[in-house]
Design a protein around this ligand. Structure first.
Ligand SMILES: NC(=O)c1ccc[n+]([C@@H]2O[C@H](COP(=O)([O-])OP(=O)(O)OC[C@H]3O[C@@H](n4cnc5c(N)ncnc54)[C@H](O)[C@@H]3O)[C@@H](O)[C@H]2O)c1
Length: 461
């Protein structure tokens, strides 16, 4: 370690134990000085999740323009917000075109597929929108740098969809570290358990199965985790190294005689945990992807399984995303972290262990326990929904709507500091992801070189 460490308790030892983990869980409700107008590109799952804020808290925001190539999604959102027909656009280029003589709204939510973030964000910044840009922000490091340069040039506000930074659990964890409750952070172990069926749904059969058409798994799924690690450590990352690959979802692992689709009378279907019939028809998981409700007729699901990739055998897909990744990260000052992404778990969420000079924290995404070496005491922090559970829990442990809240408030007050997932901060963690992927593919190591807060260029070493 290049820094000086001490295991001697600091003034924190004298603090009242009962309050040691109190965190500032902000209420979900805010009042804005005006109704902020919103244009949405991509009226799918994420577009709907963020704009749900305006229905929970009327008067804060209103959707005034929507773009989606899927007419039913476009019109569902358009009808929900009474968007005039002339402000309902198909392809996102039409919305950009309509904004050339003046932006259509105060803010733009870019919740399009991964490959369609860079182009609209670059043009929308030029048009003067403040942007909520879904992660991953772009498909290459060069594009990330372009976005950052354009944002600095235009001075607009950009929040990247790193929703975990806004989740009460991670805010409390971050506060505990910033308050020095574990002393100096020496090492973090962090796991992203993807969950076996979620892996099959999103990264083998689904939208993210092809890393070249979207982004590599380490960005598509894990950019949240690299971002959280960097944020928790509070230092720049200087070196990464990664391993991993596809252990299971390969043609050679298909059971004998398995047909191309689970709907084609596969004799292994009943015992296969990845059976599309089991996941979608019997368990009724992930039906949002078909815009179907849980109580829909079986026929509606079967039709989707016969005609879309979601009915295909997991061993016979054109997937290239790894089902396990192990990465080690070195931060300035010698702080280390290890990260694993694991498809083969029964649950999703996050698991984190923080090792510090004065204490240890172990958490599961909802609850964490601090063990202090100086007092010998343990303290537990548990998630309590804001406003006592008055509002529905949003995704990512409450992070989705909390990000929308902070973004609206930041736009309303022009206080950029309300956004912790700024473009500057997010570019750094994206660069870490690209470096991890290079390392994984080359079997070598990659370094991430930083100058203050600005990543210059990641180099192979
Ligand atoms: N922040 C997070 O935690 C998080 C979670 C899930 C997904 N995401 C990201 O959010 C983005 C959107 O994901 P999603 O799950 O909402 O996907 P989705 O498929 O539900 O929604 C995307 C929408 O974009 C529309 N679309 C596609 N091409 C278009 C075009 N050319 N013009 C206009 N509309 C077009 C589609 O019809 C679809 O309705 C992705 O980049 C994804 O990686 C982020």
């Amino acid at each position: 370690m290049s820094k000086q460490l001490t295991g001697i308790g600091r003034e924190i030892s004298n603090r009242d134990d009962s309050e040691i983990l109190s965190s500032d869980v902000k209420p979900l409700e805010i009042k804005t000085t005006r109704e902020i107008t919103v244009a949405v590109m991509g009226a799918g799952s994420r577009g709907n999740e963020y704009t749900a804020y305006g229905k929970l808290f009327p008067g804060t925001m209103r959707v005034v323009a929507v773009s989606d190539i899927d007419a039913s999604r476009r019109n569902a959102m358009g009808d929900r917000w009474d968007v005039p027909q002339e402000r309902r656009f198909g392809d996102f280029h039409e919305m950009l075109e309509a904004g050339r003589d003046g932006r259509l709204a105060d803010i733009l939510i870019v919740s399009l597929p991964d490959a369609l973030h860079y182009e609209p964000a670059m043009e929308a910044m030029r048009q003067g929108y403040d942007i909520l840009l879904e992660k991953p922000m772009a498909q290459t490091e060069r594009e990330c740098m372009d976005l950052l340069a354009r944002q600095h040039e235009t001075g607009v506000m950009v929040a990247v969809g790193h929703v975990l930074r806004y989740a009460p659990y991670f805010r409390a964890l971050k506060k505990a570290l910033d308050d020095g409750l574990v002393g100096e952070v020496v090492n973090i172990q962090h796991q992203e358990p993807v969950m076996y069926a979620h892996m099959a749904h999103s990264f083998v059969r689904g939208n993210w199965h092809d890393s070249k058409a979207t982004t590599p798994m380490i960005l598509a799924k894990c950019c949240h985790d690299l971002d959280i690690l960097k944020w928790l450590v509070g230092r720049s990352c200087v070196r990464v190294s990664a391993e991993g690959g596809i252990a299971l979802f390969r043609p050679e692992n298909a059971p004998a005689g398995a047909p191309a689709r689970c709907t084609d009378g596969c004799s292994h279907e009943r015992e296969c945990p990845y059976s599309a019939l089991d996941i979608y028809e019997r368990k009724r998981w992930f039906l949002y992807v078909f815009d179907l409700e849980k109580d829909c007729p079986s026929d509606a699901i079967m039709e989707k399984l016969r005609t879309t990739d979601y009915g295909r055998c997991v061993y016979r897909m054109d997937n290239d995303q790894p089902d396990h990744i192990v990465a080690t990260l070195l931060f300035e000052g010698g702080v280390t972290a290890s990260f694993t992404m694991d498809a083969f778990t029964p649950w999703g969420g996050r698991r984190t262990r923080v090792m510090g000079t004065l204490g240890y924290i172990e958490g599961d995404g909802k609850t964490f326990t601090l063990h202090r070496f100086d007092t010998g005491k343990s303290h537990v922090w548990s998630y309590v929904p804001p406003e006592g559970g008055k509002y529905r829990d949003s995704g990512h442990a409450g992070g989705d709507l909390a990000l929308m809240r902070d973004f609206l408030q930041a736009v309303d007050t022009r206080d950029f500091s309300l956004l912790s997932s700024s473009l500057d901060a997010s570019v750094e963690s994206h660069v870490m992801g690209f470096a991890c992927e290079r390392s994984r593919l080359s079997g070598g190591k990659a370094s991430v070189t930083h100058l203050g807060n600005a990543p210059i260029a990641p180099n192979m070493i």
